[in-house]
Design a protein around this ligand. Sequence first.
Ligand code: ZN
Length: 372
Amino acid sequence: MDKKRVLLLLILLTLVWFSCSTLSYAADTAPNHEGIVNLRILETTDLHADLVNYDYYQTKVDNRIGLIKTATLIHEARNEVKNSLLFDDGDHLKGNPLGEYLARIRGMHKGKTHPVYRAFNYLQYDAIAIGNHEFNYGLAFLKTALKGLKMPAINANVFSVKKNKPYFPPYVILKKKVVDQNDKQHELHIGVIALMPTQIMKWDKANLEGKVIARPMVETAKEFVPIMKAKGADIIIALAHTGISSDTYNPETENAVYYLTQIPEIDAILSGHSHSVFPGPVFIDLPNTNMETGQINRKPVVMAGAFGSRLGVIDLTLSNTEGKWKVVNSTSFTRPIADENGKSLVKTDKKLYKLIKTEHEETVDFIKKLGL
Ligand SMILES: [Zn+2]
């Protein structure tokens, strides 16, 4: 081989090496979205049987309330993203004349689904929490109503006295097909646990005494989350039917969210019960709270007011490293159905209205007959 040829070969080899290294360099630094999943979690809470934008006490339209309005926000929020889940945080059966009329006057028609649960079935909630007010009409009524529900209804801290076990399914692990930022499909195992204030034993003594007991919320969560992890939950969401307060911890606290955020395995908290809005000005002085991202102790929290007035949203970014999913970013916010003056911001979900119209009209007729 003469000198010229050797030189040519060297040049060629250098070129090949250079282009290869550039290629591999490009591959190393190109954004790799595989295993990055955006997951939106939606919340309704404390609906108190307000399905329709109607004030039964004043017998007139009220556009600040009603799931037939929130439903439109649910559809919109779902359409904006690839992956979403919808939960109700409890206190949905009682609190207005429609709820009273069904439970105490007309009763549930045999084989017919309660209109609140008919609405939940139509909106395809992924799971719902039992709230303290669900006990107000007694355990038998609740059990009958739940028969018509097509998704899990859960609570972990109300225990059967007889069996010394949770009275309801304490948690569920939902198998959710999601797509990552590269449109690659993954199956996420989403653990969902629900809790409610122990004060039910006082508030609903007549309905509950001797039948169930309520265990402290934070202790119960600490007991169940390792079990959920062991059963394969990639992430854990708490349907915490309880409010937000940083008062010194007490196991019987009615507002446990602040302390639930300190349980490492819990990734996101849907709050309720106190009818407040989080993130929102009410909580401006809460320690370790980021009002921009809606995080308390760096955990995403949301509370969507009451009566369907708002939809709660938590946007999570999850990343997968060596088969383990982790929340790497989150933003919580709420969207209202009306402005401060009560002017409606969203259309009515007419399909949903049609589904529950009969009971709404019966309630209105009943009130009118009473001359109230
Ligand atoms: Zn409540």
